[in-house]
Design a protein around this ligand. Structure first.
Ligand code: BTN
Length: 262
C-alpha cells in the first residue's frame, strides 16, 4: 500500500508555510524529539521538521510512553529558535497545544467538543487525541532552541488496553478521507501561526481561544501538592485552582489529574 505519509506530498501541501523546511520523513526512529534535538545541536534552523511513520521509544510528558505504531498517526518534532528569553518560554506549550486544537477542529464534525487540557493535551469529546512535548536546549543561561514534539492520533482504531478507555483518533472521532501528509502540512501551518503570535505578544492574542477550549475548568483536580477546582487560565498561561477554603492559587507547571466535574 502506498503510504499517506510522504515527504514530497507534505512539502507540496505546505504552500507558503515556512516551518517544515527542511523536512525529514523516516519509516522508523526512536523518538522524533531526539532526532530534532540532535539536529538542533548540529545547527538545524528554525522550522526544521523531523517526522517518523513509527517510533520505537516515543515518549510523553512525565516519562510516559507514547504509543507509536506504523501506518497510523502523525509523530513530528519541530526545531524552533524563537527570539525569547528562557524565562518567557514556559507558556509556549499552550500555544503549541492551541495549534493542535485548531488542526483537529478542521477534521472533526462541529458537533465534537475539541478541548485543551492544560497545559497541552488535546481532547475530542473527553478523550485524548494528541499530546505535546516541548523540550528546551540551553546554551549557558540562553535559549539555544526548542523542540516542539507532537503526537496526533489519525487512523488508529485498535488502542492498547492501557489507553483504550481514555484515548481516541481522528478516525474514531468520525473523520473521513484522512491523509497524514495533508494533516501534517495543516499542523505545521497552525504551529507557525501560533508561534509567530507567541513571539509578538506571548499568549495575549490567543488567551481567549485557550480559555474557550479549557477542558479542566470546573473539574476537581490534583497537581503536585495542590488540589481543588480548576478555575481558568491566567494571562501568562498558568492554571488557576480554587482550593477547599475558596482561595485561588496559580499553578505554573506540572501534570494534572482530573477527578470529577463540579
Ligand atoms: C504527552 O501527551 O505526554 C506528550 C506526547 C508527545 C508525543 C510526541 S510523538 C512525536 C514526539 N516524539 C516523541 O518521542 N514524543 C513526541
Amino acid at each position: 500500500m502506498v503510504s499517506d505519509l510522504d515527504e514530497v506530498r507534505v512539502a507540496a501541501a505546505l504552500g507558503g508555510v515556512r516551518l517544515g523546511r527542511p523536512l525529514k520523513v523516516v519509516a522508523q526512529t526512536h523518538s522524533t524529539n531526539d532526532d530534532a534535538r540532535n539536529g538542533a545541536a548540529n545547527g538545524a534552523p528554525h522550522g526544521a521538521t523531523f517526522v517518523a511513520d513509527s517510533q520505537t521509544a516515543g515518549r510523553g510528558r512525565g516519562g510516559h510512553t507514547w504509543h507509536s505504531p506504523p501506518g497510523s498517526n502523525v509523530y513530528t518534532s519541530v526545531v524552533l529558535r524563537p527570539n525569547l528569553n528562557v524565562a518567557e518560554i514556559a507558556p509556549i506549550t499552550s500555544a503549541v497545544g492551541l495549534a493542535v486544537v485548531r488542526t483537529v477542529v478542521r477534521y472533526v464534525s462541529g458537533a465534537m467538543r475539541v478541548a485543551l487540557k492544560w497545559p497541552n493535551d488535546v481532547f475530542v469529546n473527553d478523550k485524548k487525541i494528541a499530546g505535546v512535548l516541548v523540550e528546551g536546549q540551553l546554551r549557558g543561561d540562553k535559549l539555544a532552541s526548542l523542540v516542539a514534539g507532537i503526537g496526533l492520533n489519525v487512523h488508529m482504531r485498535d488502542l492498547p488496553p492501557d489507553i483504550a478507555a481514555t484515548a481516541t483518533s481522528l478516525a474514531l472521532a468520525g473523520a473521513e478521507r484522512l491523509d497524514r501528509s495533508e494533516i501534517l502540512a495543516t499542523l505545521l501551518g497552525e504551529l507557525e501561526r501560533a508561534i509567530e503570535s507567541f513571539e509578538r505578544s506571548r499568549l495575549h492574542e490567543m488567551i481567549e481561544e485557550i480559555r474557550e477550549r479549557d477542558w479542566l475548568r470546573g473539574r476537581f483536580i490534583r497537581t503536585g501538592e495542590t488540589c481543588g477546582v480548576a478555575d481558568g487560565i491566567a494571562e501568562d498561561g498558568s492554571l488557576w485552582i480554587r482550593d477547599e477554603r475558596g482561595e485561588r492559587r496559580l499553578v505554573r507547571s506540572g501534570e494534572v489529574l482530573a477527578e470529577q466535574q463540579t
